[in-house]
Structure formats: structure tokens, C-alpha cells
Write a protein that binds this ligand. Sequence first.
Ligand code: PEP
Ligand code: MG
Length: 539
Amino acid sequence: MLTINGKAAFGGIVIGKIKEFSKEKNVVRRTKITDVKEEYTRFENAREMAISQLSKLYEKAVKEVGEANAAIFEVHQMMLEDDDYLDSVKNMIETQMVNAEFAVATTGDNFASIFSEMDDEYMKERAADVKDISERVIRILSGVADSDELAGEEEAFIVVADDLAPSETIQLDRSKVLAFVTRKGSTNSHTAILARTMNIPALVCTPLENDVDGKIAVVDGNSGKIILDPEEDTVLLYEKLIKEEKERKELLLRLKGQKTVTKSGKEIKLYANIGGVKDVAAVLQNDAAGIGLFRSEFLYLQSEAYPTENEQFNAYKTVAEMMAGKKVIIRTLDIGADKQIDYFNLDKEENPALGYRAVRICLDRPEIFKTQLRALYRASAYGNIAIMVPMIASLWEVQKAKELIELVKEELKEEGIAYGKVEFGIMIETPAAVMIADELAKEVDFFSIGTNDLTQYTLAIDRQNAKLDLFYDAHHPAVLRMIQMVIDSAHRAGIWAGICGELGADTTLTETFVKMGIDELSVSPAMVLPVRDKVLGVE
Ligand code: PEP
Ligand code: MG
């Protein structure tokens, strides 16, 4: 048994098996072996495992994309039974006394180049397939998982990785993930935020060795530690804690259906943050009164190319319809900084957090912004949609965004396409926006304070840099005073102000925020009832 301390990014306790997630392509090394029979058995076992994974993938694909599209996984299984392929691997292990990984990689390369030189188009295409199956076998031989393989697994796992990018995290099948544990990463990163939205315990900065794949572990997201190979007593203790946690959650369920009001009768709009359509179920289960932050960029992060107007429209419409008239605040595209997307072809920047991101990209590339605005406005006919724009620093940015909105509305009108009434807000997440909040308030219907970035920019601390976690103090008086300034400016102009950054879910501050006059708090779905509990206790 070994206890390793990391940093808690999201609470909760789980017990399960570890699956190492490696994004690096395996570098296959040639090593000399001494036991040919043993090496061949290793290969045979890996081959069988690959066939079984492919058959599961086939079944999943038949359900999701139909038989014709799933057929490729059958072809892959057949390739792994091809005599020529198997003879080549076996021959290489025997005659050259090399490791199975090397024999498979070389055989894969050889077959791929034979296929790619054939005249027949169908055979040419098989080159990629033979490489694909070889890589699958190599990954199994070296005990490395990828997100695709997690999807084929029956059981849920504790995913361990050096680091996870937001795009990788969002693509993982959440029903297969018990917890995330990363060796690097910061508690303020978007990956940590995603873990919270997905309601999955998460640790970052956890100094794990590289040999943990397949081990049983306890992840304690409450105290920020992982226990490898736990002894029976420890498992029993944690099973008890899991049971108690479940009971606490059940106790909170009594708050479902209740209004979020203080003892003196002030009602707080208690909304939830989401990253996509999949999260709406959790919003409804946890009884949020609306969605206060839909991070629309995750639609882009999950895509291989710019999501079309229709694709976006369908996503926004689905969320609006599922929320059945409750408020859905969709934040316009906020990429850049840690959220990089290949097809945007963004330049590498010295200071990406201070760089080309969010509204800056939208105003510089209005064709992208207009596509999103059209989709948002079209979806507004199906529910109660509001729009908010991130990373505002200047008045003209708001005015320019509004001009583009007017243009889009004109276009839709001319095309005879219906749209609803859409509230327009901005995120307050730069100190500049705080300082001119009185001016900005005249232009918008609401403010939503992004405390994650506001803390980063106020304290001049990169929220991605784990070394600075000690200095990243969202309770810093400068941040709290700024929040007060924003609320006051909003109220003077007759508009509402909320918090959608992670600080909004910090129950040690709920009372403070209510006393400051906050109108709305938008938190990860799992935090809705704990925050409601706090608000109910405020005088
Ligand atoms: C924030 O900055 O507080 C915020 C809500 O936006 P994000 O975390 O997505 O940058
Ligand atoms: Mg932000």
C-alpha cells in the first residue's frame, strides 16, 4: 500500500482499477529477447485482446452508426487473423530474436507499404488499416490505453495521465471514468473544471510513478490523495466514507424543488455550468433554475472542423428545449489560451492567456462569430436563450458585438427565420471591465463574473501554472472588492450580476456573496444543492 498526495481538483471518493492514458504515440524500440516461445505467447495474448476490443467496438458502432459503417471493425478483426501477417510476426521474433512490439511494428509498416503501392483503390486504403491494427496490438503489448480503448471497456476506471488537454477530457466516455488523476496540471485549468462539470473526482499534480496501470487504488478527491494497492482495512474504511458521502448527498436531495431564498426572502438565481448537451441531465437532476454558463467552445473542441451553423443550432436548440423555458445562458466562443483547436490554425504565442482568444478572435474573424450568432438566434425560437460574450476589456468590443448581432437579426428577418427575445450579457473577467463596469452596464442586460480569469488577470498569475497554485488566491481582497464593484455598478444601472467562475460554488463565500448583493450564482451541477443549502441559511 502506498499513499501519494496530489492536489484535489474535485471532491468525492472512488475505489477502482487504474488505466494509464498516454497521448504519446508509442516509440517502439528493438530489444533482444532470449525466450522465443514466451515472446510469441505475449504476442498471441495481445492479439486475442485486440480482437476482443474490436468486437466490442463493432457492437458499439452497429448501435451508434449502423452496420455498414461498423463493418470496418470486422475487417480489422479479420486482418488480425490473416496468415501472412501472423507468419511475418512469428518469423521475425524467431529468426531475429526481437521483441513482439518491434516485430508487429515492422510487419505493420511492411504490409502498409505493400498495400499502398497496389493499383486497386480498395487495397490502397487497407494500408491505414493494417497500421491501425498493428498500433492497437503494440498499445496492448506495452500496456497503454487510449480514449478509444476506454470506450470499448466494460468497467469504469481511474484514468491516470501525465496531463489531459480539455479536448482529450471531453472526448472520454464519462461512464467509463471513475476519477481523473494527473501527474501535472493545475486546479484552475479547464480540465479540472471539466471534471467538476462531469462530477468526477479529480486530482492534479500527483507524483505517480509510471508503473501504475492495472493497479487497484482509492482516489480521495476530498483530501487530495491516491492510495495504491490499499489494504483490506483501508478499503473498508473508504467504503464506509463512500456510503456516508452518498447519505449526505441524499440528505441534500430534500432541497430539490425548493426555491433558493435567504431567510429574509431574497431569491438567488441558482444556475448550473455546462460544457455540452450531455450535461443537461445533471442540471435537471440537481434542480438548477437554469444554465448560467454553457461553454460553447466545447462544441468546437470536440469537432475535427468548424461546427456548421446547423450543428450548433441543433445543440443549442436541444439544450433550450430540454430546459423547457428556463434560462439558458450560452457563452460565445472562448478559445485560445489553454483551449487550442488545430483547425483554427492559431499562431503560437509567447503569452497565450494575454493573447488572441475569445471575443478577440470573434471580432477579428467575424465570419466565425456570425455563424455562431445565427445558430444561437435560430435556437432562441425554441426556449429561453441568453447570450454572453467572454473576455471583454473595452466598451467598443461590446458595441461591435452588438452591431454583429443586429446584422444577424436583419439577415434572419430577411430570410423569414424566426427568433426569440435574447438577453445580452457580458462576462466580467478582466480588471479593465471591472473598472469601466458602469459604462458597460449601460450596454447590456446582465453581468456574469468569471472569477477564474478575473483572479488570473488581477493577481497576474497564470491559472495553468501549477507552481503558482499557492499564489492563486481567489479569496484575495482585490478579487472580492472587484466583485463588489461589479455588483454595485450593475445595480446602479438596473441590471443583474452573477458569478459563473468556480468561486461561485465556494460555499465558504456564499453568505459573503449574498450580502454583497449578488443576484445569480452559476455552479457545476453537483454543487447546486450544497449552494442552495447555504443560501437557505443566510439571514
Ligand atoms: C472564468 O474565467 O471564470 C470563466 C467562467 O470562464 P473560463 O473558466 O471558461 O475561462
Ligand atoms: Mg474565463
